[in-house]
Design a protein around this ligand. Structure first.
Ligand code: ADP
Length: 507
């Protein structure tokens, strides 16, 4: 616990469209779930709010009757309800408290998808998430007036929750229950902004003057994330380098101007990983457990993986790729270096699904080099673990990477990451240089240009070091002993929360 008498526990309300184990389409859910638990473990009083999707109901967890509200929507007032959910995986044994609430309006949320069906976004997504955020604000007032629980911190995630930060400083400004509440917007991926036609602006319930370039307007459209960027008291991204990169046109997705204006309150905090699930010493998917001080099991994992994939049982370096097969992940760069790699004494395994042309191309390469390249275009959690355990190197040449998890798993499994120096990859992998190596800091290899030539040069360097067994082992062990836990990230968040709270005063 990190509390001292002059540092009382905080009341933290986390608002998100996904949280494990209730609703998940991507990493956002893992981050929110893990952070909520860590905040509570640190002694804070945490509540998490998410929509009552049909999937949440199907999980069958017990729920309270809840508190009813009537909130405005684009088509007149609607009835909503906030119910507490008793989801055992999100329970925390003191010293703090963790409660989970769902916002119910079945016509909006009791659907088969979270945001879309059959590849098409729901056309009323703005209505859905505006009513969600509006209900959260009402619930915070209810907490304040009926339970004496006042949120110190409103921690909102991505565009779906960003309107809470806007409401706090506009429609709900000056409400006594919220007078000392501060908001923090965490951006998990700037690529998703919540863009809607101007005609839908009324769904937000905000005064029309906020449909302006200084607030939610973005080239004639409504941009919900932009509203959050403008009104939140503090902004965070999931790595420091990404927080810098998004201030430039190359990575800013059109929002670089707004972000630069607010750079004084923008911070990057690297995500952690679940060190229980991703632990080579206890991983049930791994055939021979191992740890940093005894790597014998890793060699057995490699042989088992080669056997499973139909690769020859050679001692050469085995290079792994696990990724969505998209250009964001630089899979085209990997494909481009395959001809040169096939001239060398290496093997490659690629696990991924994504754009059909990439799936086809990597499949063709596997057909051309059986025994040397193995490809699986499926989603296979177990195989992902076995590749992390059995491969020698992990290739991740992303064009942009808000944080990235795969390279963190690779570090933990002693599978040396070869990464493009961007976003979270730049922040989590210490690139090999003679000096970094001498100081036992190097944990991987990195390159800067998004080009296959740079990737190849980097791979050649890694392979030359691989041949010096003791040197390689030092890099492996340095990576395996990094602190990748969530507790470190959560402590950093809380530190920032305290700073923004100490700035004090209703704004
Ligand atoms: P992103 O969230 O941008 O896709 P990350 O590196 O942050 O990238 O996380 C990707 C996660 O998805 C990792 O846990 C990785 O192991 C997993 N993953 C990606 N593709 C597959 C697949 N085909 N099978 C199993 N796991 C996969």
């Amino acid at each position: 616990m990190n509390l001292t008498p002059d540092q009382p526990p905080l009341n933290i309300c986390m608002v998100a469209s996904e949280v494990v184990p209730l609703a998940k389409t991507g990493g956002l859910a893992d981050v929110v779930g893990a952070l909520a638990v860590e905040f509570a473990k640190l002694g804070h009083d945490v509540c998490v709010m998410l929509p009552a999707y049909r999937h949440v109901d199907e999980l069958g967890y017990q729920m309270t009757e809840g508190v009813r509200f009537s909130v405005p929507s684009g088509h007149g007032p609607i009835d909503t309800r906030v119910q507490e959910v008793f989801a055992p995986p999100l329970h925390v044994q003191g010293p703090g408290r963790l409660r989970v609430f769902v916002v119910r309006h079945d016509p909006y949320f009791s659907r088969s998808g979270l945001y879309q069906e059959a590849g098409r976004d729901y056309p009323d997504n703005l209505d859905r998430f505006a009513s969600f955020c509006r209900t959260v604000m009402e619930m915070l007032i209810h907490f304040g007036e009926h339970d004496g629980w006042r949120a110190d911190l409103l921690h909102v995630h991505d565009w779906q929750a960003a309107l809470c930060a806007v409401y706090l400083r506009t429609l709900y400004q000056g409400r006594p229950s919220l007078s000392h509440t501060r908001s923090v917007l965490t951006i998990h991926n700037l690529g998703y902004q919540g863009l809607f036609p101007a005609t839908q602006f009324s769904s937000t319930g905000l005064p029309l003057h906020l449909f302006a370039p200084a607030a939610l307007e973005f080239y004639g459209q409504v941009n919900v994330l932009k509203g959050g960027l403008v009104f939140a008291d503090l902004l965070t991204t999931v790595s420091p380098t990404y927080s810098q990169e998004i201030q430039r046109a190359e990575y800013g997705c059109g929002l670089e101007g707004v972000i630069t204006e607010r750079k004084g309150v923008l911070f990057g905090i690297v995500n952690g990983i679940d060190t229980e699930i991703w632990n080579p010493a206890t991983d049930p998917y791994v055939i021979a457990p191992y740890h940093a001080s005894d790597l014998a099991g890793k060699a057995r994992c490699k042989k088992a993986l080669q056997r499973e994939l139909g690769l020859r049982l050679l001692k050469c370096p085995l290079l792994g790729v696990i990724a969505r097969l998209t250009s964001q992940k630089g899979i085209d760069l990997v494909i481009d270096v395959l001809p040169e790699l096939m001239e060398l004494d290496v093997q490659v395994v690629i696990l991924g699904t994504g754009e059909p042309h990439y799936e086809q191309e990597v499949g063709e390469w596997a057909g051309r080099y059986p025994g040397k390249i193995a490809v699986r275009t499926v989603f296979d959690e177990g195989l992902a673990h076995r590749i992390e355990a059995g491969a020698d190197m992990f290739i991740m040449p992303s064009r942009y990477e808000p944080c990235g998890l795969s390279q963190l798993y690779s570090l933990r499994y002693g599978t040396v990451p070869i990464v493009r120096k961007t976003g979270g990859l730049a922040d989590t992998v210490v690139a090999y240089t003679p000096r970094a190596f001498k100081e036992s800091r190097a944990t991987g290899f990195s390159f800067t240009d998004s080009s296959s030539a740079s990737l190849l040069t980097c791979l050649l360097l890694a392979m030359s070091v691989y041949r010096k067994k003791a040197d390689w082992q030092r890099i492996v062990k340095t990576g395996m002993t990094q602190d990748l836990s969530w507790s470190r990230s959560a402590t950093t968040y809380v530190h920032l929360f305290r700073q923004v709270i100490s700035q004090g005063g209703d704004q």
